[in-house]
Design a protein around this ligand. Structure first.
Ligand code: RP5
Length: 174
């Protein structure tokens, strides 16, 4: 949420907030300002239309939309906004999010929605993907992203070291 918002995170419902905070956390860590709004494609179409058609005029560069039931929201935003839209399928129905995943991913040719994994992993990845899109035209952000990726790699190196140490002291893991 830090600074002027460059990423708009749209929730179909306040019940989506907990999972979608994973995207906010990533954006905060990478110092990219974001805003969170609740706007449903089917319950508040006018409010959603208003947001989709004006977000780019206020400095927003990417939209992230989380949706569970029916999951029309990312496609609805993409149909109205010139901005790239990333859809996060949420496990809000008895089908565990697979319905949302298929609905969001299967956009007909011509109006794309970049679709990430179901749930918190997808929300976090949506945040990273949004930063990657913005970083294409922002060298400072690109550097920050590179540092983030290096930190991820260092973490794996550390895990590999721990596994090697453990197997050295007890090769059969006993
Ligand atoms: C979708 O239906 C929302 O995105 C949410 O994931 C799901 C359930 O919404 P609530 O009934 O909890 O408001 O519109």
């Amino acid at each position: 949420m830090k600074g002027a918002a460059r990423v708009g995170i749209v929730l179909g419902s306040d019940s989506d907030l907990e999972v979608m905070l994973e995207a906010v956390k990533v954006l905060d860590a990478l110092e990219v300002g974001s805003e969170v709004v609740v706007a449903s494609a089917h319950r508040t179409p006018d409010r959603t239309r208003e947001y989709a058609t004006t977000a780019h005029t206020r400095g927003i560069g990417v939209l992230i939309a989380g949706a569970g039931g029916a999951a029309a929201l990312p496609g609805f935003l993409a149909s109205l906004s010139p901005l790239p839209v990333i859809g996060v399928p949420l496990a809000a129905t008895p089908l565990g999010g697979l319905d949302a995943l298929l609905s969001i991913a299967q956009m007909p040719k011509g109006v794309p929605v970049a679709t990430v994994a179901i749930g918190p992993w997808g929300a976090a990845n949506a945040g990273i993907l949004a930063v990657q899109i913005l970083a294409a035209g922002d060298p400072t952000l690109a550097k920050r992203l590179a540092a983030y990726r290096s930190a991820l790699a260092a973490e794996v190196d550390e895990r590999a070291r721990r596994v090697a140490d453990r197997l050295k002291s007890s090769p059969r893991g006993t």
